[in-house]
Design a protein around this ligand. Structure first.
Ligand code: TRP
Ligand code: MN
Length: 428
């Protein structure tokens, strides 16, 4: 893929000598938190951009994305009555698999954009040439993103009372939001109840901080390998580019390079699972990635589409349960529901997203398995990329603020709307 072999070698050496982004002990703590989600005692919220961008990179953008995720997490914690594991698709999500190596831009055929870690999205031939120095830029952008996330989540920004106050604003600011008044009031009452029982809410550290983890698709193995290090405590290998890594629907072959890589690291790992996966495939994948059957080691992120989830998912749930593999079942309601709007813009309907989640919950109820979490593409920005939601974005409005570097994302209000609805499913 890289035209510049010598450049790639130099970059690989440089990355190998740079400090890790995360520490092996953190990855182990995440495995343990996900183990709770595998066993029905926690719920996973994995969320962030489809693709992070080198050009659209600001402190405010990171803050606003984190804010939405925290707001969703509070609502889900209340709905599920179990801890919510907060996992960003962030600080490393820079590479995109493409279904076609080329794309038409106007009258010209250009190499496809593969994410800012590889090439540039400008509609020019030269911009599409893969440049290994982009791996270094991705590393540094990930470092500064993670640094700010750590500051925010441990420095007061994640304060439960504050996050709850933001949610109350949301509930008060629209007529549709009032539908969720009962949940917001319930959270209010729960906080007052704890205070009344003598718990000093101001002094309880757990109410002011959260653990926030990072994840991305492990697509560019040159990058992932260079950041893989041996843990001095255990002697095990960890990919220190993020806490959790996953393989996509296009790279999850059992004997492929990507599964080989994931099987060698000790981080929690995941795989996307789409309509082409048979029960045997999925069981083989579990066996390949988690022969020791460690709960929390493997998450299966299913993406069937609203129309297929109810028929396609139950056989997989059954097969994995019968084999006794502990996995976190995660619903990705985004990627099976992408459509082309008029004018060719990719979009998704809020209602389809919700329908897939509903089908996911129903399938689990039917099979007696635990719906372990959701995986969504969102942004804190006020974009118009997905249709519907309480502001009811319609096709004519998509062009107004359509800024994604890849797939269409839920905006802040649509994300919160979704969280309240998922909380209703969890509560029922
Ligand atoms: N620390 C707890 C948790 O992570 C409670 C909490 C504090 C919280 N601030 C939060 C939960 C913000 C969600 C969002 O669950
Ligand atoms: Mn995507």
């Amino acid at each position: 893929m890289w035209p510049d072999d010598a450049g790639l070698k130099r970059v690989h050496e440089q990355l190998s000598s740079l400090p890790p982004l995360v520490f092996a002990g953190e990855a182990r703590r995440l495995t343990s938190a996900l183990g709770d989600a595998a066993e029905g005692h926690a719920f996973l919220l994995q969320a962030g951009d489809c693709a992070e961008s080198f050009t659209d990179f600001t402190a405010d953008g990171i803050r606003d994305k984190l804010r939405v995720i925290l707001q969703m997490a509070v609502v889900l914690t209340y709905g599920a009555g179990v801890p919510v594991v907060k996992l960003g698709r962030i600080a490393g999500q820079f590479a995109k698999p493409r279904s076609s190596p080329t794309e038409m831009v106007g009258a010209e055929v250009l190499d496809s954009f593969r994410g800012h870690m590889v090439n540039d999205d400008l509609p020019e031939r030269a911009a599409r040439v893969p440049d290994p120095d982009r791996l270094i830029t991705a590393y540094h952008q990930s470092v500064s993103t993670l640094n700010l996330l750590r500051a925010f989540t441990k420095g007061g920004f994640a304060d439960l009372a504050q996050v709850h106050a933001w949610n109350q604003e949301f509930v008060a600011s629209s007529s549709e939001g009032r539908r969720f008044d009962a949940i917001a009031k319930g959270i209010d009452r729960a906080l007052r109840f704890m205070g009344a029982c003598g718990i000093d809410l101001a002094r309880e550290d757990s109410l002011h901080e959260v653990d926030f983890w990072t994840s991305h698709e492990a697509l560019i193995l040159d990058y992932e390998e260079a950041l893989t290090r041996r843990d001095s405590l255990t002697g095990d290998w960890y990919d220190c580019s993020a806490h959790m890594l996953w393989v996509g629907e296009r790279t999850r072959q059992i004997d492929g390079a990507h599964c080989e890589f994931l099987s060698g690291i000790h981080n929690p790992v995941g795989s996307k699972v789409g309509p082409s996966a048979t029960p045997d495939d999925v069981v083989a994948l579990c066996q390949r990635l988690n022969p020791e059957r460690v709960p929390g080691r493997v998450s299966l992120i299913t993406r069937f589409g609203a129309d297929h989830v109810e028929t396609s998912l139950p056989p997989l749930l059954r097969a994995v349960r019968e084999e006794g593999h502990p996995v976190v079942w995660v619903c990705d309601p985004m990627h099976g529901n992408t459509i082309n709007a008029e004018g060719g813009r990719k979009t998704r309907r809020f209602d389809d997203i919700l329908t897939e989640i509903k089908g996911f919950f129903q399938a689990h109820a039917q099979e007696g398995t635990w719906p372990g979490g959701v995986h969504v593409e969102l942004t804190g920005d006020d974009v118009t990329e997905c249709l519907g939601g309480m502001e009811d974005i319609v096709e004519d409005q998509l062009h107004q603020r359509y800024t994604t570097a890849c797939d269409p994302r839920l905006n802040a209000r649509q994300s919160l709307d979704l969280a309240f609805r998922v909380a209703e499913f969890l509560r029922d």
